[in-house]
Design a protein around this ligand. Structure first.
Ligand SMILES: [Zn+2]
Ligand SMILES: [Zn+2]
Ligand SMILES: [Zn+2]
Length: 340
C-alpha cells in the first residue's frame, strides 16, 4: 500500500510510494558520473584572489583567521559577484497597485571551501570540513549583529544538476530581512506540536527514532545521522544535534568536530557508494532575533538529486518519495559500518 506519512516538523503529508518504490541499489546505476575538472581559469583558486570581490574573511589550514594578503589560505569568504540580494538596499515594502514591492535587501556571500580546485566535498578531510562549519558559525554570529537581518540560510550546491554554476566547491550564505517560507512553516509546525505536547518535535523524533532504530544511520556523542520518516526524496539524509537548541550559531565550539565527522560520513557515502549524485545541503536554523527556544531545533538536511519533481508535486505541494527511508537507511548504514 502507498502510504501518506505526516511530516511533524512542516506539519504536512508526503506520499511514500511503497509499491513503486525502487530498491536502494537501483539509484546507483542511474547516476554514475565521473567528474573531471573543466580546465577553465577558476576565480576560486589560490593565486586568483583578485578575480573575486574584496573578501570578508580568510582562514588558514589550522583554522586561524589571517590577513587578506597572506597567501596561505584554506577558506575565503567573499560577497557574491552577482548577488541575488544587496546589503545597501532599504528594507520595508511599498505598494505597487495591488502588489507589494521591496528592495532586494539582504546579504549573499560565497564561502570558497578550499584553496585547491576540488569539485567534491569528499575530497576534503574531516578536519577541513570542521573548518567550513567553523566559518559558517563565524559568519552567522557576525551577520546577527545587523538587526535588519531576520534569518540566514547556509547552503551548498554540488554538481550541475543541483544548480552549481561554478564547479569549484563552495557554500553560499543568504541573509534575509524575513523568514523564508520553509522556515516559517517549520516554526509553525513545531510550535503547534509544542503547544499540543509541551515537547519539541525534533527531540521527540530523535528519541522515537533511536528506539525504533529503522532510519538511524550513525550516531556519535553529539549528533545523529538519520533519514526522515516522512522523507520527500530518496536518500534524503539529516544530521540532528542531540541537544536541543534553536540556533546553529550558538552550538559549543568543541562539538564542531563531531558535526564534521557526520558530514564526512555522508559526503563519502554519496561519492563512494551512490555513484556521486548532485546534491543540495542546507542548515535550518532559527530566526536571529525572534526567540524560538522551546519549540525550534536546528538541523542539517542533505537532498541528493535522484528523482524529479513532476506535475503532481508541483501542483499539490505533496511530495512523492519513490524509495522508503527504511530501505535506503539500511543500505547506507551497511555501507558505512564497513568503514566506521
Ligand atoms: Zn578552482
Ligand atoms: Zn529539541
Ligand atoms: Zn528542516
Amino acid at each position: 500500500m502507498p502510504e501518506f506519512r505526516r511530516d511533524i516538523i512542516l506539519d504536512e503529508w508526503v506520499i511514500i510510494a511503497t509499491e513503486r518504490a525502487k530498491r536502494p541499489e537501483m539509484f546507483i546505476e542511474e547516476k554514475v558520473k565521473i567528474e573531471k575538472p573543466s580546465g577553465m581559469i577558476c576565480p576560486f583558486d589560490k593565486g586568483n584572489e583578485s578575480m573575486t570581490p574584496p573578501e570578508i574573511l580568510r582562514m588558514d589550514k589550522n583554522g586561524a583567521i589571517i590577513n587578506y594578503t597572506n597567501p596561505d589560505w584554506q577558506i575565503r569568504v567573499v560577497p557574491n559577484k552577482f548577488p541575488a540580494l544587496k546589503p545597501f538596499a532599504a528594507p520595508g515594502s511599498v505598494l505597487h497597485g495591488i502588489y507589494n514591492v521591496m528592495d532586494g535587501f539582504g546579504l549573499h556571500e560565497v564561502i570558497i571551501n578550499s584553496s585547491e580546485h576540488i569539485l567534491n566535498l569528499s575530497q576534503l578531510s574531516e578536519y577541513q570540513l570542521s573548518l567550513i562549519a567553523d566559518v559558517y558559525i563565524r559568519r552567522l554570529k557576525e551577520i546577527k549583529k545587523d538587526s535588519r537581518i531576520e534569518s540566514v540560510i547556509i547552503m551548498l550546491n554540488q554538481g550541475r544538476d543541483a544548480g552549481a554554476s561554478i564547479e569549484h566547491s563552495h557554500s553560499q550564505i543568504f541573509a534575509l530581512p524575513f523568514n523564508s517560507p520553509v522556515l516559517e512553516k517549520e516554526l509553525r509546525g513545531t510550535l503547534k506540536y509544542y503547544r499540543k505536547y509541551k515537547r519539541c518535535a525534533v527531540c521527540d523524533i530523535l528519541s522515537f527514532e533511536l528506539k525504533e532504530n529503522l532510519r538511524i544511520i550513525f550516531e556519535n556523542q553529539y549528533f545523529v545521522i538519520m533519514q526522515p520518516f516522512a522523507s520527500r526524496n530518496p536518500f534524503e539524509t539529516w544530521i540532528i544535534p542531540k541537544s536541543h537548541h534553536p540556533n546553529f550559531e550558538n552550538i559549543k565550539e568543541d562539538i564542531i568536530p563531531a558535526f564534521a565527522q557526520c558530514l564526512k560520513i555522508i559526503v563519502d557515502f554519496f561519492y563512494n557508494d551512490l555513484g556521486n549524485p548532485s546534491f543540495n545541503y542546507y542548515i535550518h536554523t532559527g530566526p536571529l532575533h525572534t526567540k524560538t527556544d522551546h519549540h525550534y531545533h536546528w538541523h542539517f538536511e542533505l537532498v541528493p538529486k535522484l528523482s524529479i519533481k513532476a506535475g503532481f508535486e508541483i501542483a499539490t505541494g505533496i511530495d512523492i518519495c519513490v524509495a522508503t527511508p527504511e530501505d535506503t537507511a539500511k543500505f547506507m548504514k551497511e555501507k558505512i559500518t564497513k568503514i566506521h
